[in-house]
Every structure is written in structure tokens, then in C-alpha cells.
Ligand binder design. Structure first.
Ligand code: ATP
Ligand code: MG
Length: 462
């Protein structure tokens, strides 16, 4: 039997399994589809990039393949597919502030991707994406939209050739349709696929795409890797152009499970459910405090995965990111009504539902839970006192003066004495329409560092 007809059979087999497909099956179906197209299935790399000082965390599926795109590293295959763990909390891709208000942005998420290293290019990338979405996952074409880079006539033509309605192919500029991993590294024009989640299919309009309207959701980005950007911003063509695609598993799960928010998928519901149980609260409480529940669920995942990849709560770099996320979650937990550490319990659910796909979670279950509780206890000892001080004395004196900006030295004192990361203080103030004098905070931090530097010099010399 020829290759093409085997492919047909495979697609027939994969077809029609989309009625409320669970996330484990979505990952499997994606990888199977691309394996069937000659892609090697590559396991997810750690969240900590190997040998890449330009990045704090892996923020996209292509990061582990960066050197392969640049032509520096050779692999035994030219096509790969993966489900990669990602974190977007720093640098060019930072979605921390969107977590809570947004139904579809997370700190930690999984990116499904297919990659070509100097092998196929736009034509196949578009054909595969179309076939997978419309044939295998059987998404209704009348809800799909396609965006392409301003002058990318090739991409427009290729979408039309596979069967996309020309009225559903839209052109956008660099902000939306030119992708870069960071300030430096591989980049290129892209084409994105969007889904209309609204109740009324006849109400769709092109202006909805890439707008604030949550009924329109970007969910898959096909990047046509063509350049390397250097520190001066100069673009140099790659030795051979390639393909890098990224689709958020959580967003695809929302589409396939017929819900409008990632938090209503099987990846999040059990975590939220456990939070409600621990609090002895019902759905009404959840509906009234949705954002806080979502932050707790999102951060519980991030914390568990960061610790599994070797990060520890601390004061520098990656460790500090973990500390900030954990303390933020603890703060929102307290706002929801928790009076004692609880994050080890919510992380336990994360390990239950993700442990099959990511055995590192299961192997390190006890360590993850112990580290979380220790850090949470450290913070909760000072959280209540710090909050009382902030909400009482400090905000009282601001109100007394009719001021809206908290002096930097106060924000620094909250950090130094009570362990409040600056962004947490900012968040608490922002909820009241107030802000922090960040320059003053940084000045106080510098002075403190200077003092401790002198003290340690003194100790060494003395
Ligand atoms: P958005 O504009 O929605 O913030 P993006 O354009 O920054 O997304 P890309 O860099 O194109 O995202 O990433 C590819 C895909 O990864 C997105 O289409 C989406 O499905 C998913 N994705 C990106 N950021 C997040 C996130 N913070 N949480 C969940 N999924 C994400
Ligand atoms: Mg995008």
C-alpha cells in the first residue's frame, strides 16, 4: 500500500474523535498526526533553557531547537514535533499580569508544535495545519480566521489553495504577524489561526480578529523562520529557512471541549474544584471571585513545574520568579479565605492530572509539596502583619495626604521586612487605584545592597 493511502487511513482513524476530547488525547492526536507526516516526536525539554543566558525560561516550543534553526547544531532529523512546557513571566513574552483577568493567558502552559529544519516551508506548514484542524479535529471552517504578515502574498495564496475563504484571510503588520523568540535569535513573518467562540456564527466580523473582543481567540501560530536577529537588531537570513509552529494546548482544549475559557477545561477544573473544597465554598463563591481562583490554579501549576525542574524559592533570577509566583498565589488564597498553607494541596492535584505526561512531577511529589509549604509558611508568618501595615498605616497616611503614590522606601520596607515582592505590592495598590514610586523603591534597594556589600567587605577584611 502506498504512503499516501496509509496516511488517508490514519486520518480516517483520527477523525471524529473530537467530541469533548480530553487534553491527554489532544496531545496524543497532535503528535500522532505529525509523526504520520515524518516528524520525530521529541519529549519536552526542561523549563530552564540549556546554555541560553538570553532567556530565563523556555517561552516557546522552538527554544530547545534554537541552535538547529541557526544551523549551529545538527540533528539526525529534519522534522520534529513536541509538546513543550513553557513559562511566560519575563522578558519579551511576559503574561503574568494577564493571568486572572484573561480567560486564556497562563504563566505556565503547554505548546504543541511542529518544526522543519530547512526541510518543508510555508506550503506544507499551511497544508498540515489545515488538514489537522478541519479533518482530524473537525473544527468548523466557518469559525476559523487566518492572519498573515502584510506583504506575504504567498501565505494568502496558500491558505486559499487549501480551501480557506478569502474573506477570512486578513493582513496585519509586525505587531501581530512577525514573531521573535526574544530581542535576539531566530525570527520571521508568521501566519496565525484564530477561532470564533461566540454563540452566533452570523455575528462574526473581520474587525474582531486581534481585537479586545474575547469571542475571537488566536490559538495557533505558524512562524516562517527566516532570520536571525542580533543584539543591534540587524536581521541576517538563516542558512536555510524553516518552520516553527506553536499552539497552546489549553486554548485548543477549550475549543474542543466547547467552553469559552481555558479554566473550564479538564486541565484546570479539578484544581479549581479542590480549591473550593478546601475552602468549603460553592460555585457561587467561585463565580464571585473567579480571577483569584484562576490565579491560584494557574500559579499552582507553575510552582509545581518550576520545582520539578529544579528551581527553589530564593532571591535571585529564576528562584525569585518562583518566590514571586508562589507568594502571589498565597496572597490570593488568603483573599479567598485560606487561613493556613494550602498550595501543596492544589499542587497535588496538578501532579495527579499532569503526572502521566510529566513523570518528573510524580517522582518529586513529596519534595514539591514540602518546598511549597515551607515557603508558604515563611511568607504567611509576615503576610498578615504586612497587609495590616499596608492597608492600615501606610494607606491611611496616603489618604490623609490626598496622595496616590506609595513612597518607594515603604514598598522596600514591605519587601525587606515582610517579604512582599514589589509586583505584589503594586497589584494590591492597583486594585485601589494607587501606585508605587518604583524609582524610589529601586533606590532603597540599591542602598541596601551597597550597605550589605560594605558589611561583607568589612567582614572579609576584619
Ligand atoms: P496572545 O497574543 O494571545 O498573547 P501570542 O501571540 O503572544 O498570544 P505566540 O507567541 O504566538 O502567542 O504563541 C503561540 C501560541 O501559544 C498562541 O497562539 C497560544 O495558543 C499559545 N500561548 C501563547 N501565550 C500563552 C499564554 N500566556 N498562555 C496560554 N497560551 C499561550
Ligand atoms: Mg501569536
Amino acid at each position: 500500500m502506498c504512503w499516501a493511502s496509509l496516511q488517508e487511513i490514519k486520518i480516517e482513524l483520527l477523525k471524529g474523535r473530537n467530541s469533548h476530547m480530553q487534553s491527554a488525547e489532544i496531545r496524543r492526536t497532535f503528535l500522532d498526526y505529525f509523526a504520520g507526516k515524518g516528524h520525530t516526536i521529541v519529549p519536552s525539554s526542561s523549563l530552564v533553557p540549556a546554555n541560553d543566558p538570553s532567556l530565563l525560561f523556555v517561552n516557546a516550543g522552538m527554544v530547545p531547537f534554537k541552535d538547529t534553526f541557526l544551523g549551529v547544531e545538527q540533528r539526525s532529523y529534519k522534522r520534529a514535533t513536541a509538546v513543550q512546557k513553557c513559562m511566560r513571566v519575563s522578558g519579551k513574552h511576559n503574561d503574568l499580569e494577564s493571568v486572572g483577568p484573561s480567560p486564556r493567558h497562563h504563566t505556565f502552559f503547554e505548546m504543541l508544535g511542529n518544526f522543519s529544519f530547512g526541510d518543508y516551508f510555508k506550503r506544507e506548514a499551511i497544508q498540515y495545519a489545515w488538514e489537522l484542524l478541519t479533518q482530524v479535529f473537525q473544527l468548523p471552517v466557518e469559525r476559523l480566521w487566518f492572519s498573515v504578515y502584510t506583504d506575504d502574498d504567498d501565505a494568502v495564496r496558500l491558505w486559499q489553495e487549501v480551501g480557506a475563504d478569502p474573506r477570512r484571510i486578513l493582513r496585519f503588520g509586525e505587531k501581530y504577524n512577525f514573531w521573535a523568540m526574544g530581542d535576539t535569535g531566530p525570527c520571521g513573518p508568521n501566519s496565525e489561526i484564530h477561532y470564533y467562540l461566540g454563540d452566533d456564527v452570523t455575528a462574526q466580523r473581520p474587525e474582531g480578529v486581534n481585537s479586545e473582543d474575547d469571542d475571537y481567540m488566536e490559538f495557533w501560530n505558524l512562524v516562517f523562520m527566516q532570520y536571525n536577529r542580533d543584539a543591534q537588531g540587524v536581521l541576517t537570513p538563516l542558512p536555510r529557512p524553516g518552520i516553527d509552529t506553536g499552539m497552546g494546548l489549553e486554548r485548543l482544549a477549550a475549543i474542543l471541549q466547547g467552553v469559552k475559557s481555558n479554566y473550564e477545561t479538564d486541565l484546570f477544573v479539578p484544581i479549581i474544584q479542590r480549591t473550593m473544597e478546601l475552602l468549603r465554598k460553592d460555585r457561587r463563591h467561585y463565580s464571585e471571585h473567579r480571577a483569584a481562583y484562576h490565579i491560584v490554579a494557574d500559579h499552582s501549576r507553575a510552582i509545581a513545574f518550576l520545582i520539578a525542574d529544579g528551581i527553589r524559592p530564593g532571591n535571585m533570577g529564576r528562584d525569585y520568579v518562583l518566590r514571586r509566583i508562589l507568594r502571589r498565589a498565597a496572597y490570593y488564597g488568603q483573599a479567598l479565605g485560606f487561613k493556613r498553607p494550602f498550595l501543596a494541596e492544589t499542587a497535588d492535584v496538578v501532579i495527579d492530572i499532569m503526572g502521566m505526561q510529566y513523570p518528573e512531577l510524580q517522582i518529586k511529589r513529596d519534595q514539591i509539596k514540602d518546598l511549597i509549604t515551607a515557603e508558604e509558611e515563611r511568607f504567611s508568618r509576615t503576610l498578615t502583619t504586612g497587609l495590616r501595615l499596608l492597608e492600615g498605616t501606610l494607606l491611611g497616611s496616603l489618604a490623609g495626604q490626598g496622595a496616590t503614590v506609595l513612597p518607594g522606601r515603604d514598598a522596600f520596607m514591605l519587601y525587606d521586612t515582610y517579604g512582599f515582592p514589589l509586583d505584589l505590592t503594586q497589584k494590591i495598590l492597583a486594585e485601589r487605584g494607587l501606585s508605587v514610586d518604583v524609582a524610589g523603591y529601586e533606590e532603597a534597594l540599591r542602598e541596601q545592597q551597597e550597605r550589605s556589600r560594605r558589611a561583607s567587605q568589612f567582614k572579609r577584611n576584619g
